[in-house]
Write a protein that binds this ligand. Structure first.
Ligand code: ADP
Ligand code: MG
Length: 307
């Protein structure tokens, strides 16, 4: 069953994000990836079957493959380790993670290996992305000479704004900013290499970091990786076999949904403000298949049938 919102008897709901329902448990959090989907900054009225379990499955896949670089928030994704009523809630199977609660670092840590989207727009306007100068002559979907750190603000609502490295330093301090940059690039390189062997280009991706409680150590030594990791929601995945610089790439993400919504706007059937109209079954199905395909290619296995 696709899941739009959770309601756990006795659960202490901390917040509902665009995609996740977050509960407080002891001194940790239970992050539940629902099947909600957002595009153009609005959450759509229909759930996308399997999406939440793809996001959680991929995050677990990457956490396992990056944990030698720096610690992360995962305590357990095994329902038997969840407290009380969470343990017995079948709708949480495969989509929930018990994690350490961290103080969220207020920077979206974006790594880019290729130029597209808002990065390309910045490059065209100023020859640089988030203050990182790039060589002339680059265009849509071009590979960068090396991956770059292009952080943004973490806006509570609306669009995140690009930050230069010095602006990041002003926000979080130099020691922490340098560590964020180093880890973001290291995770990206690790992920991009693994993904490429499986036929997927990670064009760009976003990480979030958090700080463990102050125990006298420097902030940069209390840093852990939090949130979701290298999923289709936080990354651009392109099929490597069809890669062709100079044009927009097909991708394993919300493109069918964005195309549908863009057409509604052009036709004047949606003004771009919430709430958008319900999605037709074929858009829901096409989107679900994209997520499942990304999971299958990256992990080399099928997502277990709905349990
Ligand atoms: N270990 C953690 N400690 C505290 N907050 C976390 C942790 N992991 C993720 N989060 C936060 O939980 C939220 C995840 O829900 P999501 O639906 O993705 O929200 P958003 O709409 O902000 O993207 C994010 O705001 C993220 O910063
Ligand atoms: Mg999020």
């Amino acid at each position: 069953m696709a899941l739009l919102t959770t309601s756990i008897p006795g659960g202490k709901l901390v917040s509902r994000g665009k995609v996740r329902d977050i509960y407080a448990v002891d001194d940790g959090l239970l992050l539940v990836a629902t099947d909600r989907i957002s595009a153009f900054d609005v959450v759509l009225p229909n759930p996308i079957p399997d999406k939440g379990r793809v996001l959680t499955g991929l995050t677990l896949f990457w956490l396992e493959r990056t944990k030698d670089v720096v610690g992360n928030h995962l305590i357990s994704a095994d329902r038997r380790d969840f407290p009380g009523s969470f343990r017995d809630e079948p709708s949480l199977a495969g989509r929930a993670m018990l994690v350490r609660r961290a103080e969220v670092v207020p920077v979206e840590c974006v790594a880019r290996g290729y130029l597209t989207g808002s990065g390309l727009a910045q490059y065209r306007a100023e020859g640089a992305v988030c203050g990182v100068p790039l060589p002339p002559g680059l265009g849509e979907a071009h590979r960068l000479p090396e991956p770059i750190f292009t952080p943004t603000t973490k806006a509570a609502e609306g669009h995140d704004l690009p930050l230069t490295f010095e602006q990041t330093v002003d926000l979080v301090g130099r020691g922490l900013a340098e560590r964020l940059r180093e880890l973001t690039i290291a995770f990206y390189e690790r992920g991009a290499e693994i993904a490429l062997k499986r036929g997927i280009i990670v064009a760009d991706t976003k990480f979030e970091f958090g700080l463990l409680p102050d125990d006298g150590r420097r902030a940069e030594d209390r840093l852990i990786l939090i949130d979701e990791v290298m999923t289709p929601d936080s990354s651009r995945f392109w099929p490597a076999g069809r890669y062709q610089p100079g044009r927009g790439q097909p991708s394993f993400d919300k493109q069918p949904l964005r195309d549908y919504l863009a057409a509604l706007k052009v036709e004047g059937r949606w003004n771009g403000e919430a709430p958008p109209p319900p999605l037709p079954p074929e858009v829901i199905e096409a989107t679900s298949l994209r997520y499942l395909e990304a999971f299958r290619l990256l992990t080399g296995r099928e997502l277990e049938t709905r349990a």
